[in-house]
Ligand binder design. Sequence first.
Ligand code: FAD
Length: 403
Amino acid sequence: MQSPNTAASSFSTTEFSNRLFVYEVVGLRQNVETDKGNYPIRSSGSVFITVPYNRMNQEMRRITRLGGTIVSIQPFTGTTTGVTGKATAIAEVTATTSETKPQPMTHPKDTAEIPVNLYKPNKPFIGKCIENYELVAEGGIGTVRHVTFDLSGGNMRYVEGQSIGIVPPGVDAKGKPQKLRLYSIASTRHGDKEDNTTVSLCVRQLEYKHPETGETVYGVCSTHLCKMEVGADVKITGPVGKEMLLPDDENATVIMMATGTGIAPFRAYLWRMFKEQHEGYKFKGFAWLIFGIPKTANILYKEDLEKLQEEFGDHFRLTYAISREQQNSEGGRMYIQHRVAEHAEELWNLIQKDNTHTYICGLKGMEDGIDEALSAQSQKQDIKWSDYQRQMKKAHRWHVETY
Ligand code: FAD
């Protein structure tokens, strides 16, 4: 979906700020909102909606919510029909709602609606921190914060599974401005307030002992975020990433394997599937989260996850691997790969279904143990795991984001 800001970028903002545009929309479901006269102009199945420049984004979201698809955006020419053969089309948009897309095996990557790089490092969006709280309970290891930024006043939007860049203040060791760091988005496209105006992150403060001096070193950007005060400005770039997008198929099986802050995109998925209920996406499939953490106190979003499992037990399964508290079958620490090995037969059976998507997110290197466990299982059917996995990657059914 081309943004109105981009669409109008060849004109000055001031020239456009008082102007009206006409959206041609198809597929609007008949409902209270469409009936009460908000969208009165109809012709041959299309609805023409006149929108002032400064409400274009808001209206776009409303149309999507109502199941509509914008097929063109044109300047208002002064007549009620608005759109004439003479008007210059600003944006031709392809069908994007879940109703018009073929459901099975459709991946959002294949559609035009994934926003990418709306804000670049040389001109970041300036957001405001509106929430910043600790996620690690007492007795846990380290600091992980849930941080939320207000996005209003801009054009930033995103979908589940994408990341944003944060540009920390100051300069690096070479005296150059700090470079951006990427963070997986932990909220749904609607944001934690469900009003399309926020984005949330799940950030671990990097802390390590300097290998030579033994001094404690804190990461630049993660510390900037973890210590950020409510009300502070933050430089945001992006969004980026098409690797971790959620399938449109509401009946999909979604297997998620996370370590630590790798939970971030899965929080977004699970909130979309179960916690938030929006028109155009009603999850009816099966989601399984296998979550690796060192201690119970480190289970990020524990209460929420367990509540979802309680409420949606038929559709959501939650498995922890708590390395410092649970033992694997050989008496060692329980890591995520041990849980995968324990459930390998079940996982392998699920993975072979055409509409199963598997996601891995978190610590670099976590894939190796998972591959090993699944390889042992597929071998029982004389299937070479690496070949099978390659095919799944091609079909957008195997997704990895580790850092
Ligand atoms: P920096 O100040 O940049 O320090 C990092 C550097 O410290 C390293 O490059 C290395 O040189 C050094 N270092 C680190 N550890 C050690 C060690 N043990 N011993 C010696 N030297 C060391 N992070 C999150 O918290 N949450 C997320 O959701 C998240 N999502 C990400 C998504 C993607 C796609 C990517 C690529 C990364 C993601 N990250 C996430 C990581 C994040 O981008 C930063 O890398 C992280 O926060 C550290 O940045 P920093 O500025 O705090 O550290």
